[in-house]
Structure formats: structure tokens, C-alpha cells
Design a protein around this ligand. Structure first.
Ligand SMILES: Nc1ncnc2c1ncn2[C@@H]1O[C@H](COP(=O)(O)OP(=O)(O)O)[C@@H](O)[C@H]1O
Ligand SMILES: [Mg+2]
Length: 435
């Protein structure tokens, strides 16, 4: 039985393409290109169909990318195989596309697809050593504008691994937040409701902001920081502006929303007349329930001063977890120190000694001591008698800061977190933390 012929795709062939696509989908072979891609190419790129009378028997759809053509869909009705229809369609699509200046026509075929006779008969070579990789783009074009308006952005991909040490905190955040948020279906299977809002608390400079950004990076969700106190100048009024901001956030597919220094707006209600920020607090309390209803987002609030927060603000049902972030442990201090020690002298500096001498230091304190050591070592080298008055272009004798320079700077650094604050923090962990 012959009687088939090949013609250009018409808009009225759409149903037939759909049918062919479903058929190839249900035959147990997962197609490489999504249906939407195939349909878009039918309309915008190049497509031919094989027909018998009015009935569509097969289709070949392809697009050109510079010199290379890609077949994005190729299918033949089950009972019309082995009659040369496939080879006919391949030749036909190639003829139509060759004038575009193509040097190559290619196609990706699932490993499990065995019906490749038409390709082999038409001179296509099986490039067996190739593997196919793909990745979903986390923020799509239609969201970019909105994200820009909100001042949000995608974080670099390595932030999570860049957080040194802090294994206990990292593991807790990984298990309680990242696991259910990144795998909502799995969470659902176990009856776990993914968290929607958390509070991070701890002394200043312990890495709360760093962790909030790292969570966004780990989830590959955009990071949107909201500054309630900055909204004060908004013509819609503070509360209105906050509402509007969260309304915009609700349009995003995913987001980690960050409010830093939340004690500024959610402090215990006191004082006559009430603080102008009280309106914001009330608005935020109204916003959180709606925020909680939408999947794919997480609100992270950070505070240095958890005991100042209104107890109602921290209520169960509003925040899932209240997580302490403490001073950096040895491993974290090691990571932070190595960040500031110039690579030229890294091998000569006893980092363990610096780590040991900076117990109780915050990351910011380490940074301060490191910069001070560098500056002092530089001055010492340049103004040393051996060098003084010399030609300014002559390089200094010393090679860079030494362990002694660092230890001297450490001795001169006053820690941000006093013993008293550290004690308060330990008490807060006992009385307020919720893990
Ligand atoms: N575990 C860590 N590893 C490396 N750097 C860190 C770590 N924790 C904090 N830092 C650095 O210390 C500084 C202060 O951290 P930050 O997150 O702003 O503290 P907080 O928000 O708690 O005040 C930042 O420069 C940050 O990059
Ligand atoms: Mg911070």
C-alpha cells in the first residue's frame, strides 16, 4: 500500500501532532523535547507531515540554530512503519532547511528508542560517545522584571559551601528547611508541611545574613530583601507599601524573603504614643498568614536581639522555627581566617594558632584583626630602618604579615560579643529557640 505523500505542516495539523506526540509518549519512551517546544517549532520553524488522503501518518519538526539544524520531533503512526515514510520525511525536512546554510542536521533520541532505522537509512550517524545534560533555568524571563523591581536577585551557586564550619547550624538548616522545600513531593508523602517562615537569632556578625543568602543559593530561589523601615517614605504609606511589596512577591514562582533586624519593627508593644513602626508590625502580622498559604517561598527574619521581640510575633503558626546562629566555631574561624591571609604568606602563617587565639571572635572581629595585621605589617616593612629613605620603587624586604603580626593584632582587638551578651544568647537558646 503506497498512496502516502509528504507536505508542509498546516495549522490544522495541530491535533494530529498532539496525537502523535501522545502516542510516542505512552510507548514508554520519554521524548527529549517538551510538547510546548514541539508545537512552537511547528509554527515558527520547519515542519512536514506525511499524509494518506487527509490522515496524518507522521511528522518531522526541526529548527535551525546557526549552522546546525535540530530535529525536535520525529514520529510515525505505529502501523505505517517500515514503508519509507520516515526516510521520506527526513529528506523532505533536510531539503527545506538546507538553503538556510546548515552544515549539519542532528537529533537527540532517548537511549531506549530502538526505532531508529529511518535515521540510519538516511545517513545519520549514531554518535554514541555523547551524553545529554540539561538544567532548568531557575528564574524565567517573565519573572525577571518583577524581581528587578523588588530588588531581588539570584545568589551565586556556591554560597552554601562557602559558609565555613558551623556544621551544627548547617545541618539543622539543611534538614529542617532545605530538605522539605527542595523536595515538596517527598515531604508531602511523609506528611511534612514545608516551613514557610523562620527566625534566625544570635549576636551581631555571626552569619545570619550569610545563612539567609546561602539558603537562597542552596534552593536556587531568588533572594528578596525587604526593608520595612525604608518603606516609610513611600507615598502609599508604610503599611501600604509593605502590603504592595508582598503582593508582588506572591507573583514570583519562588523566593527567599529576608527581613533583617526585625526587632526594629516587631519590638514589644510599649510606649505612648505608639511607635510609627507599630503600623508596620501589625501589617506584617496580617501579611504572614497569606504568605504561609503559598508554596515555594520562605520568609527569613533575622535579629540580634530576640528577647526584644513581641512574644505574639514569634507565636507558633507564624514562625515554624526560631533558630540560634552562634559565634563561629574553630572550623568556621579557620575558613574566615584563610579568606584574609594573602596567598603569598599562607604557607608560613600558623592559622591554627590564630584560630585558637580568636575564640569568642565574630567573623567581623576576625576581619578587623586581619586587616589591622596587614596594615601594621605593611607599615613596619616600608618604614623599617633597612628600607627607610630608600627608593620608593624598591620592594620592601619583608614578604607579608607573619603569625606574630596577626597575634599582635588579635591582642589589640576588642570582641563585639561581650561575655554578657554571650551569656544572654545561651539563655535565649534555652527559653526562646524552637528547633
Ligand atoms: N561561617 C562563615 N564562614 C565564612 N564567613 C562567614 C561565616 N559567617 C559569617 N561570615 C562572614 O562574616 C561577616 C558577617 O556575617 P553576617 O552574615 O553579616 O552576620 P550577621 O548577619 O549575623 O550580623 C560577613 O562578611 C560574612 O561573609
Ligand atoms: Mg546581618
Amino acid at each position: 500500500m503506497t498512496g502516502w505523500r509528504i507536505r508542509d505542516f498546516h495549522a490544522s495539523d495541530m491535533d494530529a501532532i498532539l496525537h502523535l506526540w501522545e502516542q510516542s509518549h505512552t510507548s514508554g519512551v520519554e521524548p527529549v523535547y517538551a510538547l510546548a517546544e514541539v508545537l512552537a517549532s511547528c509554527q515558527k520553524d520547519h515542519a512536514v507531515v506525511a499524509v494518506h488522503g487527509e490522515t496524518v501518518l507522521g511528522a518531522a519538526v526541526a529548527r535551525a540554530a546557526h549552522d546546525q539544524g535540530w530535529i525536535v520531533f520525529f514520529a510515525i503512526e505505529e502501523n505505517w512503519r517500515n514503508r519509507g515514510i520516515g526516510s521520506g520525511m527526513l529528506a523532505s525536512i533536510e531539503n527545506r532547511m538546507a538553503p538556510l546554510g546548515l552544515t549539519k542536521l542532528s537529533t537527540l533520541v532517548p537511549e531506549t528508542e530502538h526505532r531508529v532505522a529511518a535515521l540510519l537509512n538516511s545517513g545519520f550517524v549514531d554518535r554514541k560517545h555523547l551524553r545529554y545534560f540539561e538544567r532548568e533555568i531557575p528564574v524565567q524571563r517573565q519573572e525577571m522584571g518583577l524581581l528587578g523591581e523588588l530588588g531581588g536577585r539570584l545568589m551565586a551557586r556556591n554560597l552554601w559551601s562557602a559558609v565555613g564550619g558551623m556544621q551544627r547550624e548547617k545541618e539543622l538548616l539543611e534538614r529542617r528547611l532545605v530538605l522539605p522545600l527542595a523536595n515538596p513531593d517527598l515531604a508531602d508523602q511523609y506528611g511534612v508541611v514545608p516551613p514557610r517562615a523562620v527566625v534566625l537569632f544570635g549576636p551581631p556578625g555571626t552569619g545570619k545574613t550569610t545563612f539567609a543568602k546561602a539558603i537562597a543559593s542552596r534552593l536556587e530561589w531568588p533572594f528578596v530583601e525587604v526593608f520595612p523601615s525604608r518603606l516609610a517614605s513611600d507615598p502609599r504609606g508604610l503599611a501600604g507599601a509593605l502590603r504592595e511589596t508582598f503582593l508582588n512577591i506572591s507573583e514570583l514562582e519562588h523566593a527567599v524573603v529576608f527581613i533583617d533586624e526585625v526587632e526594629e519593627i516587631a519590638a514589644q508593644r510599649q510606649g505612648e504614643p505608639p511607635s510609627p513602626l507599630q503600623g508596620v508590625t501589625n501589617e506584617l502580622l496580617k501579611i504572614i498568614p497569606a504568605f504561609r498559604e503559598q508554596p515555594g517561598r520562605l520568609l527569613v527574619c533575622a535579629t540580634n536581639f530576640i528577647r526584644a521581640l513581641d512574644t505574639a510575633f514569634l507565636r507558633h503558626g507564624r514562625f515554624d522555627y526560631v533558630i540560634p546562629i552562634g559565634l563561629p566555631d574553630e572550623e568556621a574561624r579557620h575558613a574566615i581566617w584563610t579568606r584574609y591571609i594573602p596567598s603569598e604568606v599562607a604557607a608560613d602563617v600558623d592559622v591554627d594558632a590564630l584560630v585558637g587565639a580568636t575564640d569568642g571572635f565574630s567573623p567581623a572581629d576576625v576581619e578587623y584583626a586581619a586587616r589591622k595585621a596587614s596594615q601594621q605589617a605593611l607599615e613596619k616593612a616600608v618604614y623599617s630602618p633597612a628600607y627607610s629613605g630608600a627608593d620608593a620603587r624598591t620592594p620592601p624586604v619583608a614578604a607579608g604579615p607573619s603569625t606574630a603580626d596577626y597575634l599582635a593584632a588579635i591582642a589589640e582587638t576588642r570582641t563585639t560579643v561581650s561575655a554578657e551578651v554571650a551569656q544572654d544568647f545561651r539563655e535565649d537558646i534555652e527559653t526562646i529557640a524552637r528547633l
